[in-house]
Design a protein around this ligand. Structure first.
Ligand code: ATP
Length: 230
């Protein structure tokens, strides 16, 4: 379980998060929704230790990880699939995966399970990251986080710019990880159909704050219209 308690954050004089409290239950997919610029990525950065909350706390189970340095998060069980994928274009697929292993201080080989989840990465293991399609890069970004065997996986807009058939494959993998491995997933996502299909709970953000929460099947047209449509 991941929990965020009364967390606020400012970029200098600009407040980006205001008193955020949320719980992502173990072995569930919790979705963070909201229009562009409401603070979703900033929240993930605060959870991962890449930004420091002005006030408030982040807990993994009972452990307070608010002050844990960013480079200790992978070893503590956090994995991040960042917005825009951030694949190393001049490294091969396999080398990208090795970066994931190194981030958690592991020297062991890449687990076979990762190639089983994403067979395309096995086929393309010697290709340069920059030569992959957007969908293949997204699969590589998820695999790179998974090689470190996280207990909590955070994803920032995994469907952005990806073709529908790959979105479906990614959704199936994420569901498998939750059911078979008990992974806890926190996903920032703007694609509502995807949220409703694979998500369990949602938190809806608007202008720095959480304005609604619940189970994804209860995401009403009223909420969508008021806080998500442009
Ligand atoms: P998007 O969907 O576009 O990624 P978001 O909901 O993830 O949006 P954030 O990227 O977290 O939103 O941005 C929240 C607010 O903080 C925005 O007003 C943004 O302009 C501001 N912001 C983000 N990064 C910085 C920064 N490095 N310095 C100053 N302000 C920033």
């Amino acid at each position: 379980m991941l929990s965020v308690q009364n967390l606020s954050f400012s970029y200098g004089a600009i407040q980006a998060l205001d008193d955020i409290t949320m719980v992502a239950p173990a072995s569930r997919i919790t979705c963070i929704l909201g229009r562009n610029g409401v603070g979703k990525t900033t929240l993930l950065m605060n959870i991962m230790g890449l930004l420091r909350p002005t006030i408030g706390a982040v807990f993994m189970e009972d452990r307070d990880v608010t002050d844990l340095p960013a480079d200790k998060h992978a070893a503590a069980g956090f994995g991040l699939v960042p917005q825009g994928r951030r694949i190393f274009a001049r490294l091969t697929v396999e080398e990208n995966l090795r970066v994931g292993l190194a981030s958690a201080g592991r020297k062991a080989k890449i687990p076979d399970e990762v190639y089983e989840l994403f067979p395309i990465l096995k086929t393309m293991s010697r290709r340069m990251g920059g030569d992959l399609s957007g969908g293949q890069q997204q699969q590589l970004a998820i695999a790179r986080a998974l090689v470190a065997e996280p207990r909590i996986l955070l994803l920032d807009e995994p469907t952005e710019g990806i073709q529908p058939n790959v979105i479906q494959q990614i959704g199936e993998v994420l569901k498998r990880l939750v059911v078979e491995r008990g992974l806890t997933i926190v996903m920032v996502e703007q694609y509502l159909d995807f949220v409703k299909e694979i998500g369990d709970r949602f938190y809806l953000m608007d202008r720095r704050r959480v304005v609604a929460e619940g189970i994804t099947s209860d995401l009403s047209a009223h909420l969508v219209h008021r806080h998500l449509s442009v």
